[in-house]
Design a protein around this ligand. Structure first.
Ligand code: FES
Length: 186
């Protein structure tokens, strides 16, 4: 599906004015494209490249570097378990396996992630989310939860309603953002 005219207008009329070159608007353009479609297909990457006068390979290279860009369709809620040292030594690998098991995803999720049959959850490992003091940490969409050791996974998944959160508070509401983004499980 092509990107909407509204999104293209926003990139060209708003974001191009903020930067010295069109290319510099690549990250917000990719992010908005993903917000609209949920993931970045080859078609979307090519559209963004055309809009920014870039080669699609260069756009794809940037998109593939960052873990927050999805390269295949994902579930409504993305459950990411940190797999960096502070979290792994506190049981993150077992936490990830247990989440997969509880959500009915057959094997441990690999980096591309695995999605439940109802399209509700995608589970995948991720890099450090900068909340190491709460290891092992899980990020669900934009919110962090922790610590979630393996024996707390059932409790963590018991109330899935808590994952249905509204968007982030405004960027200048730092206290609101901090509260929104971090939830302690115990
Ligand atoms: S190592 Fe997991 S949040 Fe930093």
């Amino acid at each position: 599906m092509p990107l909407s005219h509204e999104l293209k207008d926003r990139i060209t009329k708003d974001y191009f004015l903020r930067y010295a070159t069109k290319r510099a608007a690549l990250m917000p353009a990719l992010w908005m494209a993903q917000q609209e479609h949920g993931w970045l297909s080859r078609e979307t990457v090519e559209e963004v490249a055309e809009l920014l006068d870039m080669h699609p390979t260069d756009v794809a290279a940037v998109a593939s570097f960052y873990v927050m860009f999805n390269h295949r369709p994902v579930g409504k809620k993305i459950v990411e378990v940190c797999e960096n040292p502070s979290c792994v030594i506190n049981g993150a690998t077992e936490t990830l396996h247990r989440i997969c098991e509880r959500l009915g995803i057959p094997a441990g999720a690999h980096h591309g992630g695995a999605t439940t049959a109802d399209g509700e959850f995608t589970v995948r490992p991720t890099e450090c989310v900068a909340a190491c003091d709460k290891a092992p940490v899980i990020q669900v969409n934009s919110r962090y939860y922790g610590p979630v050791p393996p024996d707390k996974v059932d409790e963590f998944l018991a109330d899935m309603e808590k994952f249905n959160v509204e968007g982030l508070p405004a960027a200048n509401d730092l206290e609101g953002r901090a509260k929104h983004l971090r939830r302690e499980v115990r």
